[in-house]
Design a protein around this ligand. Structure first.
Ligand code: DCP
Ligand code: MG
Length: 441
């Protein structure tokens, strides 16, 4: 059997050897990878749902008068240099007429589900990376739907027609290049990088665009005289290895557009978490306990909505000096119960012992998921509590998050609404452009 056929067989791409190709002496199937990324996702949804916002600079995010940050900026706002993660106050300084909209995470999640369902029609080999982006391996789909470009065009067309939103699409022989291609296509475009175009496509890009090259490594590369990927392409592997050790090899390969990582369909969300930054730093344990309960309720609600249960509860804590710590606890049984999440988080907080230090941010997360149904059988004794929580969720779905409140939040204390400012309640949605590290959470 031809080597390329063997590789095809191993990968289960049943199209035969005609798509196989020998690259650089090694047998390698020429893959067709698509990266889809919605344009200005949160902001575009707000503009779609409120026509008065269309064609205006719009920011979805936190309050500019407090410590809010920009989650999403419409392309009109980006013309003023506004971008995600910038303080909202700075966004307002850059563009005083910018319209601020508070995030509607339920809606974004719903649209995200619709987008992913649409993408799944083209291949089961899909890896959602964040709320608004996914990789698709369409190597085996081209027989059914036409070329990868054709598939990309169909996807863009259907997102526009059915969701009234725009997406950008990158097509390339691997994930690294497909992601760079969709970035190059933004907004509302499609870019295909063919194998013979790879070196030229990469050459003009700055070294920071290489996966794994953060600020420190970029600074070192620049010091060594490498500003563009093209300059890096000129450098022999040994030299890069001498400078960067094993990672030098990776740099060498990526600079040439070589990336073998597979699209991993199983890699879904790995944790559900919420966090909150306060308007004022505090060490008031009653207040912090109340916040923990609210965060636990939010996490529990999301878990139940997604039919997930997790074993590991994580507390995140940022001190006034920005030092951030996380503490985790793994339960014997997976849970989606607000009460269990809260109790674990509370115990973790007590174990940390603030010692009078003030806290700026608290977060609660649940990870280490197992599949819902089986677990429910295991956790029969908690079925009743679970039913109550589900009923509460239903009411909240219908009448809004504030419709059902516990009489007592925590140890006799109540949440002091006025003292805090919600900045980014949904911290786990977008796995920020962290494709470099390849982990989805
Ligand atoms: N997001 C966030 N906080 C960030 C970055 C993003 O909450 N620091 C949210 C809002 C974005 C969504 O995630 O709308 C998707 O992130 P993207 O990075 O894909 O950004 P956009 O979709 O907004 O814009 P682009 O057109 O550049 O993809
Ligand atoms: Mg996007």
């Amino acid at each position: 059997m031809h080597r390329a056929q063997q590789v095809l067989g191993q990968r289960g791409c049943g199209r035969g050897a005609d798509t196989g190709k020998l690259v650089g002496g090694a047998a390698e199937v020429e893959r067709k990878i698509i990266h889809v990324d919605m344009d200005a996702f949160f902001a575009a949804i707000e503009q779609r749902d409120d026509p008065s916002l269309r064609s205006k600079p719009v920011v979805v995010g936190g309050d500019p008068d407090s410590r809010g940050v920009v989650a999403a900026a419409s392309y009109e706002a980006r013309a003023y240099g506004i971008h995600s993660a910038m303080p909202s106050s700075q966004a307002r300084r850059r563009c005083p007429q910018v319209v601020f909209v508070r995030p509607n995470h339920e809606t974004y999640r719903e649209v995200s589900t619709q987008v992913m369902a649409l993408l799944r029609e083209y291949t089961p080999v899909i890896e959602p990376l964040s709320v608004d982006e996914a990789f698709l391996d369409v190597t085996s789909s081209v027989g059914l739907f036409g070329s990868a470009r054709r598939i990309g065009e169909q996807i863009r067309g259907r997102i526009r027609e059915t969701l009234q939103l725009t997406a950008s699409v990158g097509i390339a022989p691997n994930k690294f290049l497909a992601k760079l291609a969709s970035e190059g296509a933004k907004p509302d475009g499609l870019l295909e990088v063919k194998p013979e175009e790879v070196l030229t496509f990469l050459a003009a890009l700055p070294v920071e665009r290489i996966w794994g090259v953060g600020e420190t490594r970029a600074a070192k590369l620049r010091r060594l005289g490498f500003t563009t990927i093209g300059q890096l392409q000129q450098c022999p592997a040994e030299e890069l290895v001498a400078q960067f050790g094993k990672q030098g090899e990776e740099l060498y390969k990526l600079a040439r557009g070589f990336d073998e990582s597979a699209v991993q369909p199983g890699r879904e969300r790995k944790s559900v978490s919420h966090e909150e930054t306060f308007a004022e730093d505090t060490n008031d344990m009653v207040f912090l306990g109340a916040i923990l309960l609210q965060l636990s309720e939010q996490v529990g609600r999301r878990l139940r909505a997604q039919e997930l249960k997790g074993c590991t509860i994580t507390l995140k804590l940022r001190y006034a000096d920005f030092r951030t710590i996380t503490r985790s606890k793994t339960l014997p049984q997976p849970t989606d119960s607000d009460k269990q999440i809260y109790e674990s988080a509370r115990a973790l907080l007590a174990a940390v012992g603030l010692g009078g230090r003030k806290v700026r941010l608290l977060g609660v997360g649940v990870s280490n998921f197992d599949v819902g149904e089986q677990l429910r059988l295991l956790a029969e004794d908690s079925a009743e509590a679970s039913a109550v929580e589900r009923a509460v969720d239903e009411v909240r779905e219908r009448f809004g998050p504030q419709s059902v409140r516990r009489a007592r939040l925590v140890d006799g204390g109540t949440a002091e609404e006025g003292r805090r400012q919600r900045v980014e309640p949904d911290s786990d949605g977008p796995q920020r452009k962290a494709v470099q590290d390849g982990n989805n959470q």
